[in-house]
Design a protein around this ligand. Structure first.
Ligand SMILES: Nc1ncnc2c1ncn2[C@@H]1O[C@H](COP(=O)(O)OP(=O)(O)OP(=O)(O)O)[C@@H](O)[C@H]1O
Ligand SMILES: [Mg+2]
Length: 311
């Protein structure tokens, strides 16, 4: 049986001009198996956070349903832990207490000693040994996010929901925490649904990547398998041919305008077969020979035209 089932979920929000409602996304259906790591990628505003909030039970779908382990979701619960972009720690509690609060809530029958040993295990796991007594204000962004991850993992939720968990962290720290997340996930095999803008992060972490088209009326365009063996590290993954292939695929989807071009069309592009990525080629125009640039442009132009002719 499917573990997490998102079934024809549609979301309307009141429109900004106060007239009627706007459909953010429509008929989103996919499932996540137990122990799977699935990431969602799409342009800003396509409704990724909204969908994650619906799975968390913090937001209600306008139509459709979400079922976890055979149970329909109709509100928040400790079986789904969310790690937000803005950390969402209790500012008046220290590192230890922030995690302890969640552990005690999830295991109300445990005594203090049992809970404390357990909390410490997760603090050690995310490399915060010695920082237990610090309040969030005294922590760096990376440390706060580690507390958030330790808190989410310590509850052993059925599903971990991560909404751009590393977006506010500097690139160096982000890499380190991403690998910590890979290690924790490999050890525990939690079921994870993550939203990100970072395609390298998506490829490093995911079993599958869900691509959303643009709002309004966004759709689930495609789900891409990441058939790269684990364990993966940032150093070794870049040597995998599959890594570059998937990366080009995702960039083509995002750069091509997710409404105009499907990833499969983008892959037919000679520009991409030459190994040029649209964004990079644009940014480094000086370095790309004129001829290739022309080919590249005409190719995308043709695809746009073909797309416009379609009903
Ligand atoms: N409570 C709300 N009321 C009205 N509109 C909302 C509400 N929450 C979100 N929206 C709108 O729904 C759309 C999708 O928002 P959402 O935050 O889910 O996008 P997102 O894909 O997560 O974007 P980003 O990548 O920038 O985080 C946006 O246009 C947003 O303005
Ligand atoms: Mg968002």
């Amino acid at each position: 049986m499917t573990y997490l089932q998102i079934d024809r979920v549609t979301k309307f929000f009141p429109s900004h001009n106060g007239r009627g409602e706007v459909c953010i996304f429509r008929d989103i259906s996919f499932s996540i198996e137990k122990g799977e790591f699935v990431t969602m990628v799409g342009h800003s505003g396509c409704g990724k956070s909204t969908l994650l909030n619906i799975i968390a039970g913090l937001e209600a779908p306008s139509a459709g349903s979400v079922c976890l382990d055979g149970q329909r979701i109709d509100g928040p619960g400790l079986d789904r832990m969310v790690v937000f972009q803005n950390f969402a720690l209790m500012p008046w509690l220290n590192v230890f207490e922030n995690i302890e609060l969640a552990v005690r809530a999830a295991n109300p029958r445990w005594n203090g000693k049992q809970a404390a040993g357990y909390v410490q295990r997760y603090i050690d796991m995310v490399g915060l040994k010695g920082e237990e007594k610090k309040k969030p204000a005294a922590l760096s962004g990376g440390m706060r996010q580690r507390v958030g991850l330790a808190r989410a993992f310590s509850v052993k939720p059925k599903v971990l929901l991560l909404d751009e968990p590393f977006a506010q962290i500097d690139a160096l720290t982000r890499g380190v925490i991403q690998e910590e997340l890979v290690r924790m996930w490999m050890a525990m095999r939690n079921t994870v649904f993550m939203v990100t803008h970072d395609i390298d992060e998506a490829i490093l972490l995911s079993d599958r990547i869900a691509l959303m088209s643009d709002a309004p009326n966004a759709r689930l365009a495609e789900i891409v398998e990441v058939a790269i063996p684990r364990p993966r590290t940032r150093e070794t993954i870049v040597e995998e041919p599959e890594y570059s292939r998937i990366r080009r695929y995702l960039i083509a989807f995002l750069a091509g305008g997710s409404k105009k071009m499907t990833p499969s069309r983008a892959m037919e592009s000679p520009a991409l077969q030459f190994g040029f990525e649209p964004r990079r080629a644009d940014g480094n125009r000086r370095w790309v020979s004129r001829r290739l640039l022309r080919l590249f442009r005409s190719d995308f132009g043709r695809m746009d035209e073909a797309q416009q002719r379609e009903p």
